[in-house]
Design a protein around this ligand. Structure first.
Ligand SMILES: N[C@H](CCC(=O)N[C@@H](CS)C(=O)NCCC(=O)O)C(=O)O
Ligand SMILES: [Mg+2]
Length: 499
């Protein structure tokens, strides 16, 4: 992806202009120090570029910005300049992508493992319970998903204390920012191209992002496997979606590159307009559905009534290729992540010893709350842990004093509520001063980054058609913040150049 000559940018060996502050610890991730006058110029150019190239989101201050495209747009939050990122971590994450693709697929086929691992959680977490109910219905129906499409993202942080790349989580549903991530990469390339001399950076050093093209390719590949010309790709969306432009990058590419039609429907609309033909074909609004691409359905908020649950069940019972299937969705829960980190757990799913070691090497500390000694450690040193419910979408994790109080009350209740959570080692990535632009204003903050590699996996029976990394997402947030997430309103989109 990156010409070799770039790999040395930012290290002491090259005649690097004084503005590129690099070198230092292996895990050092640095941004340029830029003269203030130049910052203002770059910010103005970046805001114009974003507006002209669709690096945009709906503005939450505009009443209809989540309803109709083209109404109430605001530039997406972005880092003004790319983050230098050690090539050794990029290579490691790329190497892990197919291993996690394989792991997710294997675990998704082990219905007993999913049901048993989540059995305690099911008792105290009604959202997970509803997902598991649909899953067990599929098992009773002996429903086989012969064609399986996984569009995942494995998120990592560099642990500053050990320089290790540690997995934060493996997302298996609605992995987003795949569209906008490509935009911010092009933005950075453009800015550097216009100011190459002053910035002392080569635009080619910004790692290209293939996320849009590869997500479209994978969805089109699944549509081909369904093998019905008149069928469409159904995108499940929330009624209010200010992140729609991120989604449209994928669906427009699908139409323009592959001629595949997509329709956007809420779960409620699917329940109202959807039906199953005798042969199992899902028909929505009169159109046969080849692929269901979930960009909603990952949070209880997406199921405000029984209608949405009926829609989820209808989709799952159909012959449509689900992205993700209910099983893939369950594989992405934090409880499964914690279970897979246990001794000998990976051996149940992966064969190759070397692969198992590579996967295990990126696991952070993960514990269930049945482990009372860990719970006591977390009560004593809450800042070293993160308490995680089985929730996606950002803004759900519990930190610091809130973590301690939650654990104390859960422990005192003696209730089995504990099974709704897992504890994870808190990772402290190296921080560096970054220029962060939101709502037209640039601030300079000490910030940390979370690096995600998207994964695409398409399989038809025994034929693996796609098994690859499919782009990346770099998110940067003020190091003073606990929670991350761009949609959640904390993080900024970023790109990387390798050092
Ligand atoms: N509105 C929904 C947003 C879906 C969503 O929040 N996805 C989570 C994983 S579940 C995610 O990938 N977050 C990365 C981008 C961020 O930091 O916000 C969509 O567009 O599909
Ligand atoms: Mg997540």
């Amino acid at each position: 992806l990156v010409p070799a000559k770039c790999a040395v940018v930012g290290t002491a060996q090259t005649a690097v202009p004084e503005t590129v502050v690099g070198g230092g610890r292996r895990s050092e991730q640095r941004q340029l120090d830029v003269p203030p006058r130049l910052v203002d110029e770059l910010v103005e150019e970046a805001l114009v570029w974003s507006s002209q190239h669709g690096l945009v989101v709906g503005d939450k201050n505009h009443p209809r910005s989540g309803k109709a495209p083209g109404v109430g747009l605001l530039h997406a939050p972005f880092s003004l300049l790319p983050m230098s990122f050690p090539k050794v971590y990029w290579d490691q994450a790329v190497e892990l992508a197919p291993l996690f693709n394989d792991l997710v697929d294997r675990v998704s086929l082990d219905g007993d493992f999913l049901q048993e691992t989540l059995a305690r959680t099911k008792e105290v977490d009604s959202f997970t319970e509803r997902l598991l109910d649909i899953h067990s219905k599929m098992i009773k129906l002996n429903k086989k998903e012969e064609v399986r499409l996984g569009l995942t993202r494995s998120d990592y942080m560099v642990d500053g204390a050990t320089d290790r790349l540690l997995q934060v989580e493996l997302n298996t549903i609605s992995t987003s920012s795949n569209g906008l991530a490509c935009g911010v990469c092009e933005l950075h390339r453009n800015l550097i191209r216009q100011h190459e001399r002053e910035l002392g950076l080569n635009p080619e050093c910004v790692v290209g992002n293939t996320a849009i093209a590869q997500h479209a390719e994978a969805l089109a590949g699944a549509w081909v496997e369904f093998n019905k010309q008149s069928a469409v790709v159904l995108v499940v969306v929330q009624a209010e979606e200010r992140y729609m432009y991120d989604q449209y990058w994928i669906t427009v590419a699908l139409r323009e590159m592959y001629g595949v039609t997509t329709i956007r429907k809420t779960m409620a609309a699917i329940e109202a307009e959807g039906e199953l033909r005798p042969d199992g074909t899902l028909v929505v609004d009169g159109l046969p559905v080849a692929v269901v691409y979930f960009r909603a359905g990952y949070t209880p908020n997406d199921y405000p009534s029984e209608a949405e649950w009926r829609a989820r069940l209808l989709i799952e019972c159909s012959s449509a290729i689900k992205c993700p299937s209910i099983a893939y969705h369950l594989v992405g829960t934090k409880k499964i992540q914690q279970e897979l980190s246990k001794e000998n757990a990976l051996e149940r799913f992966l064969d190759n010893k070397a692969d198992i070691e590579k996967v295990r090497k990126c696991f952070a500390g993960l514990w269930s709350l049945e482990n009372d000694s860990i719970v006591m450690s977390a009560i004593e040193s809450p800042e070293l842990f993160v308490l995680k419910p089985q929730r996606e979408g950002g803004g759900n994790n519990i930190y610091s004093d809130n973590l301690r109080e939650t654990l104390i009350s859960l422990r005192n209740d003696g209730s089995n509520e504990l099974a709704a959570y897992i504890l994870m080692q808190r990772i402290f990535p190296p921080a560096s001063l970054c220029y962060l632009v939101r709502e037209g204003t640039c601030i300079r903050e000490n910030a940390v980054s979370e690096f995600g590699i998207f994964g695409a996996y398409l399989r038809n029976k025994d034929k693996v058609i796609i098994d690859d990394q499919c782009g990346y997402l770099m998110r940067t947030k003020a190091s003073s913040l606990n929670e991350g997430g761009v949609v959640a309103g904390y993080a900024f989109l970023n790109s990387i150049f390798l050092t």
